[in-house]
Design a binder for this molecule. Sequence first.
Ligand code: TGC
Ligand code: FAD
Length: 402
Amino acid sequence: MNPNQVNAKSSKQDMFEGVDFYGVDDLLTEEHILIRSSIRDFVKKEISPNIERWSQEGHFPSEIVKKFGDVGAFGPQIPDTYGGGGLDYISYGLIMQEIERGDSGMRSTASVQGSLVMYPIYKFGSEEQKRKYLPKLAAGEMLGCFGLTEPDHGSNPSGMVTHFKDMGDHLLLNGAKMWISNAPEADVAVVWAKNEEGRIHGLIVERGMKGFSTPTTHGKWSLRASCTGELVFDNVKVPKENLLPGKSGLGAPMMCLDSARYGIAWGAVGAAMDCYDAARRYAMERIQFDKPIGSFQLVQKKLAEMLTEITKAQLINWKLGKMMNEGKATTAQISLAKRNNVAMALEIAREARQIHGGMGITGEYPMMRHMMNLESVITYEGTHDIHLLILGHAITGIPAFK
Ligand code: TGC
Ligand code: FAD
């Protein structure tokens, strides 16, 4: 398939029509709507015309990093003193929603940078660390990644074996992380590792430190426009001033995950809206048995259920955003939103693809790409079942993980 044909067809469509059946926009401020419009325009111009080609080629467009910085997509929830947007959590959610409407891989790049790299440096970093890294990360002059998962420790990060020793004048880091978004292109990595007492700490590891490498993970069928890799530490000498001093223990990376999972709950709604929009349009245009397929009850059922689920997810996100703003959202409340909304988006991508018949498997329409992307989104930042167990723990008080 010629990617230019794909782009020519896509650009004729208005892919950015709003999906707002319950008037959720009435709950937003003028500033929220302005921020959403500016990101929507950015995605329409910089991502949508190219995303099918990037994904088919498995290409991470590194120039997008600076552009994301310019449009304010990195760390919108971080105070402006350090270069962040100084915005509330609903703004942050809307930004993730609009980026993921374009592509989940592009949203990954932005949410890792904002919630998993800038957030821990802002929350647990020294004043010097904040001043050194945050403005450059916010501006897209530097790309970061977050290393928690290991080859033998995914859902169970507390079992991690990556460790460091205090050598007096520096820390000596050994181990490996796997499945790390942004890793092959990152300038800096926030890495979680155990000290000699087995306590988890965050360290800032910079590209160029001897013994640190970031091999690319090849062969993905999902998030093909996002780069993924490993982090390998072979006797890396990390300066002591690169240790995050503010918090240790598993709770520190888990706090970062709360922020990122919240953004994913919004992002998934963006992917679902894009699929629903495409399906509704196709249902009205495609003629079979001398009628638009949208006139058949079974197709209408699919569309009605998609709209219902998107509307419910939008309301969950708005209320969760209010609780995030007030500092009241619990991990379990965030799990409910991430779990529900990603599963909902995946189901809508599958149904929307079916409405497109054979055309649905091509890159002329976005559903198949969203569907494949969402298989990662339903796995990372806690799998669908891990979030169910987090909810089960909150309901019963009994952790069923082990
Ligand atoms: P558990 O015993 O429950 O807790 C251990 C310690 O951590 C504390 N804690 C939290 N603190 C603050 N905020 C939270 N949300 C917290 N969650 C836990 C907890 O209080 C305890 O503290 P202390 O002082 O008592 O020791 O831990 P566990 O070992 O039983 O594990 C619980 C479990 C399974 C729920 C958790 O580990 C989990 O969520 N696993 C999933 C792992 C995961 O989500 N990994 C994500 C990797 S990053 C990623 O995927 C990025 S993709 C990015 C992209 O491209 O967009
Ligand atoms: P496992 O933990 O081995 O789980 C396998 C299966 O077992 C799952 O179905 C799981 O639900 C189930 N399971 C495990 N434990 C239990 C239990 N107690 N009860 C019931 N079922 C259970 N990590 C990072 O640190 N940084 C990143 O930037 C990052 N980016 C990623 C990008 C991509 C594209 C992908 C695919 C992953 C990324 N991850 C990242 C890793 C991701 O967070 C993990 O894949 C995820 O947490 C699951 O871990 P795992 O793959 O080892 O699966």
